[in-house]
Write a protein that binds this ligand. Structure first.
Ligand code: WTA
Length: 641
């Protein structure tokens, strides 16, 4: 039971990091005393403006906040030109490896040349400031080039994750009315080409606004090119001129749209703008990962998600750091692929998601142990609450037992980190994202918006990289985020505070159960279950119950070598009861080989609820592995009580 106390252990910042950290000891005090002054100073220091802004924050039309009004700026210029014109010219901007081992290194000077040429390509196809461009691409350098080139010409991009179906792509393209679609022939997944262009082709059967489709030759698989619409990237680039004057964008011009799932079926097009986003992604990365000139930084997120936008591309490049990109599966050719690359590329900062960490835990320590990971100095986690057991495993096995873990809470809507420790300052406890980033004000409130120790997570004041609206639907923006608590932004998450004042995000409020009038986070029960030596992963949902309102139903994946049995069911139920309280004891425990997850790794609890409550299985098209649902459903049938 030694694990039970894990979350109460405190780990102080390593002395070597604390001694030279980018964040100075007074950073919180400074931001607290003068929040806008803090952002103002950073905006002046970290961004190269074509024209200075008049005002830091304009809140006259809240919740439609404006930052750095009157300022003129270009994101591509800040991410590429200013480094290419400095001593960083020959520093690696992007290092890339494909699944089959193809390597590309682009220095800032080389990246400058490529983005300029591609900006000219876009312009030659009629893309102008304000036009939307859709990207459906693998994790290849051309994706970064395309994103940056869009920002150079001032055309907002909309990335659609490469694993999404043609239908999802079509809906997103049509919602934003994109003029051009950029894709690739395919990319490798477990050694076989995945036919991206074919999917794009299906989507384009019904996307009337698309005039041109640019195709990158990547995997070499056969593709059909439609005369007059489809054009090869390499052919256009061969002809393109070497310089394109970066567009002078207003700080509040739209930078990109990124679709994310909401509570309804229709995805929301989250709109981010230029100046504030460019500032907060940089500032957070600099302090949270303590970025130094010699770092090799690796964020494993796909560019199709916000983490890929903010922390694979824009944050690192704006800072002039080296960002590593890998396009492939994490266990090809073997389960040590990630650690092999981390060693070979000399990775110093590593950022990933708890679901990946739990997968590596399940595979065993022999894989990281094969490699020298001693160069990794700071670790990061994002996407869901990290359970203390995974936190410890990560620190021990990837962080050489010493690297601090930055558990970063934020959202597609927030654009950048909001709650996070700082590596040279914050004593860590496994499982908590600790404190708000300097200049960000968050709180926990009850039903009535009053401060509470346990309740809803809210943001109390505007922050630079905040969502500006939902594309084409201002009302939905206000409704979704501001109606609930009036002047506070409602994040949709539940949270609690501990005796140090640290914030523990307990999971989405829509995933919160109410058992006999007691609120219970699904994440809390899952965390308890994965503490058991036999359990690799767990997903908990609420099941309607006549007396209690809801009962706890847990779907559990066991580690290799363990088998489900009645004894184990009893043991797990008991453990949860002991850990959280009898109220949290699951009524049902179902052993399964897989869980329905979105391709970004989020468990689709809605689908599990369907099974638990005996309904027909809903839409499974966004699942990483649609077959997993059938398997669970057949295991569960007949288990109704
Ligand atoms: C969850 C990902 C706990 C949370 C950047 C949030 C987290 C949602 C954490 C946003 C964390 C993300 N601890 N929960 N460190 N990070 N979440 O939009 O529920 O894909 O609301 O953005 O993920 O997911 P999104």
């Amino acid at each position: 039971m030694e694990n039970i106390a894990l979350e109460n252990r405190v780990f102080n910042p390593p002395a070597d990091i604390a001694a030279h950290a980018n964040a100075k000891a007074d950073i919180y005090e400074w931001a607290k005393k003068d929040r806008l002054g803090f952002w103002d100073a950073h905006a002046k220091d970290m961004i190269t403006w074509f024209k200075p802004y008049d005002k830091v924050l304009d809140d006259s039309n809240a919740p439609f906040f404006k930052w750095f009004t009157g300022g003129k700026v270009n994101v591509c210029y800040n991410c590429v030109d200013r480094h290419a014109k400095s001593e960083r010219r020959n520093k690696a901007a992007i290092m890339y490896e494909s699944e089959i081992g193809r390597q590309v290194v682009l220095t800032y000077g080389m990246l400058y040349r490529e983005v300029n040429k591609f900006a000219n390509v876009l312009a030659s196809l009629g893309v102008k400031k304000g036009d939307r461009v859709a990207l459906y691409m693998p994790m290849i350098p051309e994706a970064a080039i395309a994103m940056l080139a869009c920002t150079r010409v001032g055309a907002p991009h909309s990335l659609v994750f490469g694993g999404f179906s043609p239908e999802s792509l079509r809906d997103r393209v049509n919602d934003c009315g994109a003029k051009v679609l950029i894709t690739a022939d395919g990319n490798f997944r477990r050694g076989n080409p995945f036919p991206l262009k074919n999917n794009a082709e299906k989507a384009m059967e019904d996307t009337p606004t698309i005039e041109k489709c640019i195709v990158v030759k990547n995997a070499g698989n056969e593709v059909e090119m439609k005369e007059g619409r489809d054009v090869w990237y390499h052919e256009l680039m061969a002809e393109a001129k070497a310089y394109y004057e970066p567009e002078e964008m207003d700080a509040e011009d739209m930078l990109f749209i990124l679709y994310t799932s909401g509570t309804t079926g229709k995805p929301k097009g989250v709109v981010h703008t230029t100046g504030g986003y460019l500032l907060q992604t940089q500032a957070t990365l600099k302090y949270v990962f303590d970025i130094k000139e010699s770092d090799v930084y690796w964020c494993t997120a796909d560019i199709g998600w916000i983490t890929g936008h903010s922390y694979v591309i824009y944050g690192p490049l704006a800072l002039g750091t080296t960002t590593f990109m890998y396009d492939g599966t994490i266990d090809y050719p073997d389960k040590d692929r990630m650690w092999d690359m981390a060693e070979r590329y000399g990775v110093t900062k590593f950022y990933t998601a708890p679901t990946a960490i739990r997968t590596w835990m399940k595979w065993g320590t022999q894989y990281p142990q094969k490699h020298d990971l001693s160069g990794i100095k700071v670790l990061g986690s994002v996407g869901e609450p990290i359970n203390p057991e995974a936190w410890m495993w990560y620190r021990e096995n990837i962080g050489s037992g010493v690297a601090p873990i930055m558990d970063t809470w934020w959202q597609t809507e927030t654009g950048a980190h909001m709650i996070t420790p700082l590596p040279g300052i914050t004593p860590l406890k496994p499982g908590t994202a600790t404190n708000a980033f300097p200049g960000v004000e968050v709180d926990i409130v009850d039903e009535n918006g009053e401060p509470a120790e346990v309740g809803y997570l809210v943001v109390k004041s505007a922050w630079p990289s905040m969502i500006r609206t939902i594309y084409g639907d201002d009302d939905r923006y206000v409704d979704q985020y501001w109606k609930r608590f009036g002047k506070f932004y409602f994040a949709g998450d539940g949270a609690k505070r501990d005796e140090l004042g640290y914030i523990w995000v307990t999971g989405r409020v829509d995933d919160v159960l109410n058992v006999s009038g007691h609120r219970l986070g699904t994440a809390e029960v899952e965390s308890a279950l994965v503490e058991c030596a036999e359990v690799a992963e767990a997903a908990v949902v609420g099941k309607k119950h006549d007396v209690k309102g809801e009962s706890v139903c847990a779907f559990v994946i066991l580690k290799d070598g363990f088998k489900g049995s009645d004894e184990l069911v009893t043991k797990l139920k008991k453990h949860v009861g002991v850990k959280i309280g009898p109220i949290a004891r699951p009524d049902d425990i179902i052993f399964t080989g897989g869980l329905p997850k979105t391709r970004s790794g989020k468990i689709m609890r809605r689908l599990l609820r369907d099974i638990a409550e005996g309904r027909a299985i809903g839409d499974v098209t966004t699942l990483a592995d649609p077959g997993a649902m059938q398997e669970i459903a057949s295991k569960y049938s007949g288990k109704e009580d």
